[in-house]
Design a protein around this ligand. Structure first.
Ligand code: GDP
Length: 232
């Protein structure tokens, strides 16, 4: 199994609060309600990742989760019984950025958070992948566009070894048919819209992964990129 365990590490509100970058890291960003927690649960095969810190407008922190934390794995090896010689415990961090799009969040706080985000994107050395989640029913809206622009500036052309990946969520509600790769025309509307926007922003060549947490569509495609952090 790729994922042995996942646990919450800490919340960070500034760079100094991030855990030591001693392993690969992926970040998830997206509007509130985009399906972020569901997707993280889907890819880590956890039903509830203690991942329910849902306080709109209050959770303005970067939530760190450790996948296959070595200390815990060792403890599990010592006391555990069901892992019998499995050694595939590559460890990495999942950093869950606060959901944006809440009108209630005051402008000052928004700016502060935006500043941290930029500093984090630019300065976090072990950051391998940024997953930008976009609801496939809505496409690129308001702040998505700004985030995409910033990511294009910072990560365009694979700078610093971080890959910017756009993830369409809730495809079962919109994008019909096999979307990743051989999708054909089905659901092409939103994909084309997103691709056009990406091109306009300068990240036209970056990956788009179509996902559904309901049907597990896109799980393997997500893992192709998660491996970049796991193999760090
Ligand atoms: P978050 O605020 O971004 O963490 O979003 P959640 O993961 O909590 O999801 C928000 C809502 O969308 C919930 O009601 C989920 O059940 C629903 N949802 C999330 N992912 C999917 C999906 O892939 N398909 C469908 N149909 N609904 C989803």
């Amino acid at each position: 199994a790729l994922v042995r365990r996942v646990h919450f590490v800490k919340g960070a509100v500034e760079m100094g609060g991030c855990p030591k970058g001693d392993r690969g890291e992926v970040a998830f960003i997206g509007r509130s309600n985009v399906g972020k927690s569901s997707l993280v649960n889907m890819i880590t095969a956890r039903k509830t990742l203690a991942y329910t810190s849902k306080r709109p407008g209050k959770t303005q922190q970067f939530n760190y989760f450790a996948v296959n934390d070595k200390v815990d794995v060792e403890r599990e090896l010592r006391y555990g019984d069901d892992i019998k010689g499995e050694k595939d415990f590559d460890s990495f961090y999942i950093c869950d950025l606060p959901g944006f799009g809440y009108a209630k969040v005051p402008e000052s706080q928004r700016r502060e958070w935006g500043g941290f985000m930029r500093e984090y994107f630019e300065g976090r050395r072990n950051l391998r992948v940024v997953f930008h989640l976009i609801d496939s029913r809505h496409g690129v809206v308001d702040e998505d566009e700004r985030i995409m622009g910033e990511c294009a500036e910072i990560f365009g052309g694979g700078k610093k070894g971080t890959t910017y990946v756009v993830v369409l969520t809730k495809a079962d509600k919109n994008v019909k048919g096999g979307a990743n790769g051989g999708g054909g025309k089905a659901g092409g509307g939103v994909i084309k819209m997103v691709r056009d926007k990406m091109r306009e922003k300068g990240v036209g060549g970056n990956p788009i992964i179509v996902t559904s947490s309901e049907t597990k569509l896109g799980r393997d495609d997500m893992w192709r990129y998660l491996r970049l952090a796991a193999d760090y």
